[in-house]
Design a protein around this ligand. Structure first.
Ligand code: SF4
Ligand code: SF4
Length: 223
């Protein structure tokens, strides 16, 4: 039956079906014989999450924002002696950083909120396990995924340089240039002197008030 509800000739449905089958048979197949043939994935696919441990300051933002509570972090504090400083400084040292990929829903919030670029997406997806518990990736395994993180996209050639690049360029230009750039005052825009005020026009003298008209004498009543 056609879309408008009319019946076609008897057997036309069968012919149409066979035509579709023949067309599909002669077309090139798009099926990938995975795992023999690797799929072509976009470079920014969300596969697994990698950890760059050196960048992590144990700020706990990722663990707090994860909607599935599947990031586990432990740390301890260490004292660092800074030459010239009055007191020793403290820094966090990461002891444990695990992500449970059996709970993760790949929302990417942890990567978005990390202020120090310690978490990255990689397109690597071949980490299926027979045991669910093996989907808990520990610090070393997460760090190992860093080798599969694609390089960041190139900067826009027409974009403004980042703050860090501008500072580095100023430093490279020498201390004089940096001081000059800091102390340079904005150019003063000369504006035309204000036009002289027009002389106040003399106020016209108010016209003389008309003399009050005398009241007419009222006729005396005959009481
Ligand atoms: S991708 Fe989402 S669910 Fe997975 S660990 Fe990060 S924040 Fe949690
Ligand atoms: S948000 Fe980034 S720096 Fe903070 S604990 Fe997570 S991975 Fe480390």
């Amino acid at each position: 039956m056609s879309d408008d509800g009319e019946r076609g000739a008897p057997g036309s449905g069968l012919v149409n079906g066979l035509a579709v089958t023949l067309k599909t048979m002669t077309k090139r197949s798009t099926t990938r014989q995975y795992p023999d043939v690797e799929p072509d994935l976009p470079p920014r696919s969300r596969g697994v999450i990698a950890l760059l441990e050196e960048n992590c300051t144990v700020c706990m933002l990722c663990a707090r924002e994860c909607p599935d509570w599947c990031i586990y972090i432990d740390s301890h504090k260490e004292e660092v002696i800074v030459p010239g400083a009055a007191r020793a400084r403290q820094r966090n040292v990461l002891d444990r950083f695990d992500i449970d990929f059996s709970l993760c829903m790949y929302c990417g919030i942890c990567i978005e909120v990390c202020p120090f670029d310690a978490l990255h997406w990689t397109p690597e997806f071949e980490y299926a396990e027979l045991d669910l518990r093996d989907l808990l990736h520990e610090k070393d395994r997460l760090g190992d995924w860093m080798r599969t993180v694609p390089p960041p996209p190139a900067h826009d050639a027409k974009g403004e340089p980042s703050k860090e690049e501008a500072t580095a360029a100023r430093k490279a230009a020498g201390p004089g240039a940096a001081t000059a750039a800091k102390t340079a005052r904005p150019a003063v825009r000369r504006t035309a002197p204000p036009a002289e005020k027009p002389a106040p026009t003399e106020k016209p003298e108010p016209a003389e008030k008309p003399a009050p008209t005398e009241k007419p004498d009222l006729p005396e009543s005959g009481q």
